[in-house]
Ligand binder design. Structure first.
Ligand SMILES: NC(=O)c1ccc[n+]([C@@H]2O[C@H](COP(=O)([O-])OP(=O)(O)OC[C@H]3O[C@@H](n4cnc5c(N)ncnc54)[C@H](O)[C@@H]3O)[C@@H](O)[C@H]2O)c1
Length: 333
């Protein structure tokens, strides 16, 4: 199949190109390259590489595609707060426009990279797709508003689906350390301190970034009735953790590191434990390849191999917000 992947040069997208090519698909990638040069390992290149802003994609770019996998986004809460309007322009308006163009171009399937962060502070601790949403940030709102608008485009010939992904962690050729698991491991390695910014009690659903990429491939292959206009949480019931559990896992890997509660964010308002039963019901053959222990062991091994240091922790290369601040002109070009 011919897969049109946006954001293919990012943390998850770089795995996705590899997964799809290993499955024998033709991959067209579309990415503005906001984090070009930030990769710590070579990435697998797509068959066709469109170096362009998703806001300027045209129907002709999508000709012959069997599926659009839309990952390009301003990809976290702090970046969203930097300029909420750009987050809405790219994450919401450009996503809705891309879905419309895909439909016009006759692409039958449109897979959207949504997020479990739309549950925000959950009112109960076993949130499923039918539960009320409680977005706390521009990033989360942009994801919900896209789901709502794109769902109106669904018809017999156009099947959108919304992968509400858990928080990613783990090794990628385009590593980022601004995600909780990677951050705690990186701070333990660089400073000997596991710096937990809250009191450690908030729940987070976690998933290895390669498993998110594998989920996209599974959604592309699934029967239409399994995914048609469905929002589905992507993660595993056993992979919900309190931040302090993550700290404990880091300490098992690096016993000399000390847990330090910095209290920087006070009581972290983002607290959500998520139910993933719908994923098992709709895509019964899809299984996670990683759990937190195996995923962290792999990342720890990679960080040691790469000689991950204080300079890496403090630099721009692995922190999206810092890189983006220096490259904002790319978004306003
Ligand atoms: N990482 C997570 O924990 C997580 C969890 C849930 C959902 N998601 C979603 O998955 C997707 C991918 O996340 P990621 O962690 O790989 O992010 P990332 O920041 O590593 O990659 C995003 C990619 O999109 C590209 N991009 C951004 N704006 C663009 C534009 N206007 N035009 C073209 N390309 C553009 C960037 O250059 C980058 O390569 C995002 O939509 C994100 O919101 C991520």
């Amino acid at each position: 199949m011919r897969m049109f992947v946006t954001g293919h040069r990012g943390y998850i997208g770089s795995h996705l190109v590899d997964v799809l090519k290993q499955e024998g698909h033709t991959v067209v990638g579309c990415d503005l390259g906001l984090f070009r040069g930030c990769n710590w390992e070579p990435i697998v290149e797509p068959d066709v590489d469109l170096d362009k802003d998703v806001r300027t994609v045209e129907a002709s770019d999508l000709d012959g595609s069997d599926c659009v996998m839309h990952l390009a986004a301003i990809s976290n809460d702090p970046m969203g707060d930097l300029d909420p309007q750009i987050t809405f322009d790219i994450n919401r308006d450009a996503s809705i426009r891309l879905a419309r163009i895909a439909k016009q171009a006759g692409v039958p399937r449109f897979l959207f990279a949504g997020s479990c962060s739309i549950y925000g502070q959950g009112e109960k601790l076993d949130l499923d797709e039918g539960d009320p949403l409680n977005p706390l940030t521009a990033y989360a709102r942009s994801k919900i508003e896209t789901e709502e608008a794109v769902s109106k485009l669904a018809d017999a010939n156009f099947s959108p689906a919304y992968l509400r992904n858990a928080t990613a962690y783990g090794h990628s050729p385009v590593l980022r350390i601004d995600l909780v698991v990677n951050n705690l491991l990186a701070s333990a390695l660089s400073y000997g301190e596991i710096r937990i910014m809250s009191d450690g009690s908030p729940w987070r659903p976690l998933i290895h970034c390669r498993d998110i990429a594998r989920a996209f491939a599974a959604f592309a292959a699934a029967p239409k009735e399994a995914i048609h206009n469905q929002a589905i949480n992507v993660g595993g019931n056993a992979e919900n953790y309190q931040v302090r559990d993550v700290g404990d896992q880091v300490q098992r890997l690096i016993p000399s590191a000390k847990v330090v509660y910095t209290g920087e964010v006070g009581a972290d308002p983002r607290n959500y434990r998520v139910n993933f039963d719908k994923l098992s019901r709709h895509l019964p053959d899809f299984k996670l390849q990683y759990n937190l222990v195996s995923g962290m062991e792999e990342l720890h091994r990679k960080m040691v191999e790469h000689g991950f240091s204080k300079k890496d922790f403090e630099g721009d290369q692995f922190v999206r917000l810092r890189t983006l601040k220096g490259r904002f002109h790319l978004l306003n070009a």
